[in-house]
Write a protein that binds this ligand. Sequence first.
Ligand code: FAD
Length: 423
Amino acid sequence: MAATPSPTGRVDALVVGAGPAGSTAAWRLARAGHRVLMIEEHPRVGHPVQCAGLVSRRVLDLAGAPAVVRREVRGATVFGPSLRSVDFRAQEPRAFVIDRAGLDVHLADRAAAAGVEVRTSTRFDARVADEDGGVRVRLRGPDGTAEELVPRLVVGADGVASAVARAFRLRRPVEILPAFEAEFPVSPGDPETVEVYLGRSIAPGLFGWWIPDGQGGARVGVAADADGTTARAYYERLLAALARRFGRPLRNPTALLAAGIPIGRLPKVVGRRVVLVGDAAAQVKPLSGGGIFTGMRAAELAAETAAGALADDDLSERRLDGYARAFDAELGDEFRRALYLRRVFVRLSDRELDALVDVLRSGGLGGTIVAFGDIDFPSHVARQLLRESPGLLRLLPKALGAFVAPAGAGFAAPDLEPGPLRK
Ligand SMILES: Cc1cc2nc3c(=O)[nH]c(=O)nc-3n(C[C@H](O)[C@H](O)[C@H](O)COP(=O)(O)OP(=O)(O)OC[C@H]3O[C@@H](n4cnc5c(N)ncnc54)[C@H](O)[C@@H]3O)c2cc1C
């Protein structure tokens, strides 16, 4: 189909994808006085939901959206493969179950209120050519019509399969964990506690979860390194484990979803006239697969750098790389530690995972977990536990000594074979 000229005219920044990362970047850029167009390929922002919606208070603060909270979470129960478990409970809320679609809509509305033009049913299709003063891109509208425009900057916030990353040759293989989740309108279980299920037969490579939805039901899912086995098959096994635990099966699932979670670091998240944020940049916590906080924070940092770069008309890779450096300064150590811990974790056998649960339960470590537990920075509690528990160090003899180094000493991961890679 022939391309028609853009009715939008010149925009400073084209933000591709209206998820939490895209809407945050768009909002910040518009507030800094730039003309921003944000496009979303789906007809409705926030739909389909592809998320369990468990976040820290930091997300609520970044979003300024307490209304999306459905339930406060104070506790967690971790089950080993044999369903022996350990419980942690804090006095105060430690996490929040949110209305994820509501969050996305709130963030897009906030961006629109700041002057962002938001267009749904519009897809980033291709980078056509680099031009003086901008980069020509092709968008596809609802009926497939093509439109070209020349933004000065492109922000790729288009999720795990980022077309922007591909178009700007920033895509590199990272591990993509297949995930499968369903919502159950009715479920037994403690509405203030999330449950985590470990085990090679349930979720090799990450874990399974049962998360209360705040309305009497639960979100149940797995993310697993599903080599040769589908994430759905692991999810079915998790359901069988839950049926044993609750003494009856969960019934009538709704909103089944299959999606991918990127784990790893991209060597480059910026190029000339382009920045990637959120899942498009694999800014997902390696130990949990959660990416809302990290993606939104990255978007803020990206927008801060990009706003200055637009103002100075210097959209070189070198200038935009200030964002990558800022992200690394703030979250780089946590990512390096978490990626390393994950490599250790994925090598544990079911017997070792059961032993891990036993040590956590019997070692009097509950207080440490409650004191240091932070879903955005899980390596902190891991390091403290390793310092306090010789039993844990004996169980995990894989060069974990690096973790007990003093805080602030930086972290260089000891040698260990890299985990599995997928494109
Ligand atoms: C099963 C599952 C459960 C999860 N649970 C949690 C959780 O409990 N807590 C947590 O913090 N994280 C969780 N995550 C991760 C979290 O959902 C992501 O990290 C987060 O959504 C990333 O935000 P984003 O804005 O980068 O990308 P997305 O939310 O993926 O948004 C990208 C947007 O871009 C749009 N798009 C894609 N391609 C194009 C294109 N070519 N043109 C235009 N638009 C396009 C998409 O439609 C989408 O709206 C979960 C993920 C999965 C799969």
